[in-house]
Design a protein around this ligand. Structure first.
Ligand code: F0G
Length: 459
């Protein structure tokens, strides 16, 4: 076999959507008006939008065909059964409950199992998960391995749970106060880092010892499965679907935002084995989302999810997906842009603290960097740092983040390599001119999930 090195996007483009450049002067003015919060900027004013990989995927022609194929019956729609069958085939879980997105599944789950005096343990809670846990009155505890907190340290599975810390935390807090342990795959807030199969298995062992159910936050399960295939002994011959099934075989339930690895623009689910809990969840679903065979979605969305779940585990898709993120990481590292290493599955996380040592933590270095990337290149990323970490719900003190990161999330099947080469060039320029970047002061904030609406001024 010939050794051809260029990896191409495994699709051709049927529909295009124009993007329009603006001037740096216009963008600086726009930023100021937006209170230096990139969530307040019109998407039209963004050139390359790396705010999130959530709900931003390009659907395939087969998925669009499924949109036409959707059954819009209120109850018992064909689309629901297609969706249910695909999710069950993947997860092996008994009860499959559709929700309009991931956080709706979290809201239902934690409003039932959470509450005052309870603690939810995770490798790292994503911000909406943490917020839903805390909103219920429960505490959210993160126990990722120490390697996962060191941005430049190379480790194949930086998303792993610290098994010993998990065991001692359970003994200290008391198993009766821990309704679920949540494994987030991949670990988004920790840099999109994968969790190994061994670690999922070990986590399950500890949970079983104390009779605590293990849930998987499955947003990016396929990317996690591909990392296991590439990095964990014994999995190189297995298909991503086989690996995914094994991951889910260790859990008692899962929440998923289908807006990620189901390659759709909206959707999610809650899946679980416990009949009693499932009944409670369905009751809550009907109250807040919709009937149990559509859960806040249109039939067509359920059909597109079913098709997306089939496509996302295809090996050539995953090879392209993981390699294209890795490519950006390699080029940035060559240019001395500090990023979390190795790159995760869905995003590049720039280490703003390392890049901007002149900006102290309380002046939100990652927020400052995200704004500068927009000003210089029209690129929109997101701060994952002390602004996002919010205040402690009890003491109301600011919670400094362990790392100050700018996440450049790469939408699935949307941008080509030349778009990414442009992003690399802009980051290089910003890095060379970094001494000009000033810190930020937060001048207004909401009581929860403040980063979405907070306003800033330049210091
Ligand atoms: N869990 C993880 C790990 C996530 O990354 C997200 C969303 C959710 C849960 C919630 O899902 O948005 O459908 O309600 N992450 C998006 C992001 C928003 O940009 O990383 P949702």
């Amino acid at each position: 076999m010939r050794n051809i090195k260029t990896m191409i996007e495994p699709f051709k483009i049927k529909t295009v959507e124009p993007i329009k450049p603006t001037t740096e002067e216009y963008r600086r003015k726009t930023l100021k008006e937006a209170g230096y919060n990139l969530f307040n900027i019109k998407a039209e004013d963004v050139l390359i939008d790396l705010l999130t990989d959530s709900g931003t995927s390009a659907m395939s022609s087969m998925q669009w065909a499924e949109i036409m194929n959707g059954d819009e019956s209120y109850a018992g729609a064909r689309s629901f059964f297609a969706f249910e069958s695909e999710v069950r085939k993947l997860t092996g879980l008994k009860h499959i409950i559709p929700t309009h997105q991931g956080r709706a599944a979290e809201k239902i789950l934690f409003s039932i199992v959470g509450g005052k005096g309870k603690t939810i343990i995770s490798n790292t809670h994503f911000d909406t998960t943490r917020a839903n846990v805390e909103y219920s009155g429960a505490k959210a505890l993160d126990l990722v391995i120490p390697e996962g907190k060191n941005p430049s340290l190379i480790h194949p599975f930086k998303g792993n749970m610290d098994i010993q810390a998990l065991d001692s935390a359970i003994r200290e807090i008391g198993a009766e106060n821990i309704p679920v342990v949540v494994m987030t795959i991949t670990n988004n807030a920790g840099g999109g880092q994968p969790v190994s199969m061994e670690n999922i298995r070990e986590t399950k062992k500890v949970c079983s010892k104390y009779n605590i159910p293990l849930f998987i936050d499955a947003c990016r399960f396929a990317e996690n499965a591909y990392f296991i295939k590439k990095r964990e002994k014994g999995y190189d011959k297995k298909t991503p679907l086989e690996i995914s099934k094994e991951m889910f075989s260790y859990c008692d339930g899962a929440t998923m935002s289908a807006k990620k690895d189901a390659l759709v623009n909206i959707g999610g689910f809650l899946a679980l084995n416990n009949d009693d809990l499932a009944q409670k969840c369905r009751n809550m679903l009907i109250l807040t989302e919709g009937f149990s065979t559509y859960g806040g979605l249109a039939g067509r969305d359920l059909s597109a999810i079913a098709q997306g779940l089939r496509e996302v585990v295809e090996e050539d898709y995953l090879a392209y997906r993981i390699r294209s993120v890795e490519y950006v990481g390699e080029r940035l590292t060559e240019k001395n842009v500090p990023i979390i290493l190795p790159p995760g599955g869905h995003a590049i996380f720039v280490d703003a603290e390392a890049m901007l040592p002149h900006i102290p933590k309380h002046q939100y270095p990652a927020q400052a960097l995200a704004c500068e990337l927009y000003a210089v290149g029209g690129i929109r990323g997101v701060e994952i740092g002390s602004a996002m970490m919010d205040r402690d719900p009890i003491t109301r003190e600011n919670r400094p983040a362990k790392m100050e990161l700018v996440r450049l999330a790469i939408p699935r099947r949307v941008y080509t390599q030349s778009h990414m080469d442009y992003v690399i060039e802009i980051l290089d320029i910003v890095n060379q001119e970094k001494n000009k970047i000033r810190g930020m002061k937060m001048v207004s904030e909401a009581p929860v999930l403040r980063h979405f609406t907070a306003r800033f001024e330049q210091v």
